[in-house]
Design a protein around this ligand. Structure first.
Ligand code: PAF
Length: 281
């Protein structure tokens, strides 16, 4: 496994790489969710590239950029074991040199849900993903369903800017108690960690109600909210039942629906989702 630290090195490495090339973009602090993406890429690509870059432009002023976990040595060992061929770990000044002044702004999709709570977040994500696609030139790029809105934003940007990358989405990987794996889970105190599976329990409740033919979105959201309230450490930010592609809220569930929620546990913000009435990624 080769580790490249600069954009110039990455560009020349990808030019020489065997194709198809699969890219797994990450911000490091890897967990089994990331590694499932690497494994999937390994099975479908001649060259697997993972990027590790804690992208400053997707963090808001009040967010945890400085505290974001950085575990490079461990990440490299995991990627080597997982079968990556190349790891791209650029410096901030190389990705955003002084004078950098071009942004990728996705419209409506990026302003709902997470976009409302985290203004500017998806502008940062879309910009860095467009840059990564242009630098690495993958045939396929791999993302987790856990960040369902991010996936839709990336699909939109990929289609609108004719980037020509196949966006592959892999299922959310969960801890045995249902908590979705996330690099931010390390911030949870032991009590918060114990409380955190309440997100998954409330998504499972939505799934149960849907399977019992409940189609009124408000009824499901209300029941989820009540369940979340039974956990005093959890503060619900939003719960949404929306059309998976457009993220428009549904009143009556017809066809596939994305149920998603954001919850604060102390200082940590957790998100999770499930798809109803669909095959899933
Ligand atoms: O999902 C993430 O880790 C990040 O948002 C991504 C896609 C690597 C862009 O920085």
């Amino acid at each position: 496994m080769r580790v490249v630290h600069t954009v110039a090195e990455m560009v020349s490495a990808q030019r020489e790489a065997a194709r198809p090339l699969g890219l797994v973009p990450t911000m490091g602090a890897l967990h089994d969710g990331h590694l499932s993406l690497v494994r999937r890429a390994r099975g479908e690509s001649a060259t697997v590239v993972a990027s590790i870059f804690v992208n400053p432009t997707q963090f808001g002023p009040q967010e945890d950029l400085r505290a974001y976990p950085r575990t490079l040595e461990r990440d490299l060992a995991l990627l080597e074991k997982g079968g990556a061929d190349l790891v791209f770990t650029p410096q901030q000044e190389d990705m955003y040199p002084s004078g950098f002044d071009t942004w990728v702004e996705v419209g409506r999709l990026a302003h709902r849900l997470e976009g409302e709570s985290r203004p500017g977040h998806f502008r940062g994500v879309a910009t860095v993903v467009a840059k990564l696609f242009n630098i690495v030139r993958p045939e396929r790029a791999y993302f987790g369903q856990k960040d369902a809105q991010q996936v839709q934003v990336i699909r939109q940007l990929n289609a609108d800017l004719n980037l020509g990358v196949q966006v592959v989405v892999a299922p959310t990987v969960r801890e045995p108690d249902g908590l979705a794996m996330s690099s931010r889970n390390v911030f949870l105190s032991p009590q918060e960690r114990q409380a955190a599976p309440v997100l998954h329990r409330s998504l499972s409740l939505a799934e149960r109600m849907h399977s019992q033919k409940e189609r009124n979105a408000a009824n499901i959201k209300e029941a989820m909210g009540r369940l979340l309230q039974t956990e005093p450490l959890a503060r619900l930010e939003y719960v949404s039942i929306a059309t998976p592609e457009t993220l428009e809220e549904m009143e009556v569930i017809q066809g596939p629906a994305l149920v998603s929620l954001a919850v604060r546990m102390g200082k940590t913000r957790l998100i999770d989702n499930i798809l109803l009435g669909a095959q899933g990624p």
